[in-house]
Design a protein around this ligand. Structure first.
Ligand code: SF4
Length: 51
């Protein structure tokens, strides 16, 4: 089941819909790895799973 509310182009992720650039999870956790986060690159999808 795809989630139209979560667009994603990380096709390498196990949760990616593959046929469309969407996530299949109902909920994802967005995380930061720089404190404070000052740019988009400081954030990531914490729900990524190696496919
Ligand atoms: S879990 Fe994150 S990285 Fe994986 S498909 Fe969903 S939004 Fe993309």
């Amino acid at each position: 089941m795809t989630n139209n509310s979560i667009g994603c182009n990380v096709t390498e992720c196990k949760h990616h819909a593959k046929s469309q650039n969407l996530c299949t999870l109902n909920h994802i956790e967005v995380v930061k790895h720089k404190e404070p986060a000052t740019c988009a690159e400081c954030t990531d999808c914490g729900s990524f799973l190696k496919g």
